[in-house]
Design a protein around this ligand. Structure first.
Ligand SMILES: [Zn+2]
Length: 351
């Protein structure tokens, strides 16, 4: 039901942006075919006679123009001014669904693409918790469904109604191991950076950015590890700090490197945030589109500003130890909406 609701909301916005199903704002993604591990085709290929949304979208206008301009109809010449030659409706290509996984580990992201449809032709429902939206993408729509590392393993349902076709899936979410870490950090650092004021600043400036999502797909191909170095804390680690009985989760990866080492943008995108925060020091947030964003913390210096467009490999700053940090390193994390996902999958395979 949530997906239905957000789909409706998206369509409302899409009208303002130029219409649901318009795909000229979303660049072609040559990775789509190779990134799909399972797909379902509901209708034999020989029935496909149209290859683009645009030709399908234009049908009503073509028909309407012809009937209102009898003198220009291209029939056998026998039609009078009061008759119009009916134009046979062009059959649309059948909807097709591509799903990246049916078995997926905690912390990964499910990529769902529906071909040959417009936003108004799709209703989807799932019991996977999410805040995801469909976006026009190439020949159809794409949605990213992140699986939180806090999600309960088990079977979930995903149902898609695309025009007159129904696609039902069972998604198996499976557990994986996360490392347990005991961290010691000086009370001076804690007192200076992990304060109520610092957390409030974070809540006010960063939390609202998590739910922003560009309808433009900026990223392409695998993500680039922003800096090389020893991985000192892994994604999703369960962390106990200074002997505390309660734990926190580590939302990204920590990469130790010498102070001043250049940090690269992991993929193409738009700078959503570039500023100093008490908790995370010099911080950059890049919007890669469709709800996908990358976060860079604790930098020594910043090399970008809000609103800049960056390409994969562009330098966004340098390694430092600003904010809540024990030594020079980059904390890098990747989110879909407000859910952190495993960066290693993005580095090795792309999204
Ligand atoms: Zn970290």
């Amino acid at each position: 039901m949530i997906l239905k609701r957000f789909l409706a909301i998206f369509c409302a916005f899409a009208v303002l942006l130029g219409g649901c199903g318009k795909d000229d704002s979303a660049p072609e993604n040559p990775e789509d075919a190779s990134s799909v591990s399972e797909s379902e085709e509901s209708v034999p290929e020989e029935s496909e006679q149209e290859s683009s949304d645009e030709s399908s979208k234009e049908e009503p206008e073509i028909s309407g123009d012809t009937s209102s301009a009898g003198g220009e109809s291209s029939g056998d010449g026998a039609s009078s001014g009061e008759e119009s030659t009916p134009v046979p409706e062009q059959p649309k290509s059948p909807p097709r669904v591509s799903l990246s996984n049916r078995i997926i580990e905690l912390g990964e992201v499910l990529v769902l693409h529906i071909s040959n449809v417009e936003s108004s032709e799709v209703v989807a429902d799932t019991d996977l918790p999410h805040n995801s939206l469909f976006y026009p993408d190439g020949d159809g729509l794409t949605v990213l469904l992140p699986i939180s590392y806090n999600e309960a393993p088990g079977n979930y349902t995903l149902s898609i109604q695309a025009r007159d076709k129904t696609f039902d899936y069972t998604i198996m979410v499976v557990d994986r191991e996360f490392e347990v870490q005991n961290l010691t950090i000086s009370e001076d650092t804690v007192g200076a950076t992990d304060t109520a004021e610092a957390n409030q600043e974070w809540e006010q400036k960063i939390e609202p950015l998590k739910m922003l999502a560009s309808p433009d797909k900026y990223w392409e191909g695998p993500f680039m590890q922003p800096v090389q170095g020893e991985i000192t804390t892994e994604f999703g680690s369960i962390r106990y700090t200074n002997g505390s009985a309660s734990s926190t989760r580590h939302s990204g990866i920590d990469i130790a490197a010498a102070q001043g080492t250049s940090i690269a943008a992991a993929n193409n995108g738009k700078i959503l945030f570039a500023d100093f925060l008490q908790l995370t020091g010099n911080t950059v947030v890049i919007d890669h589109g469709f709800g996908l964003k990358s976060f860079y913390y604790h930098m020594d210096s910043l090399n970008v500003k809000e609103g800049d467009m960056v390409q994969t490999g562009d330098i966004v700053g340098t390694v430092g130890s600003t904010g809540y940090s024990t030594g020079p390193h980059l904390h890098y994390s990747l989110l879909v909406n407000n859910v952190f996902i495993n960066p290693w999958t993005a580095f090795e395979h792309g999204i």
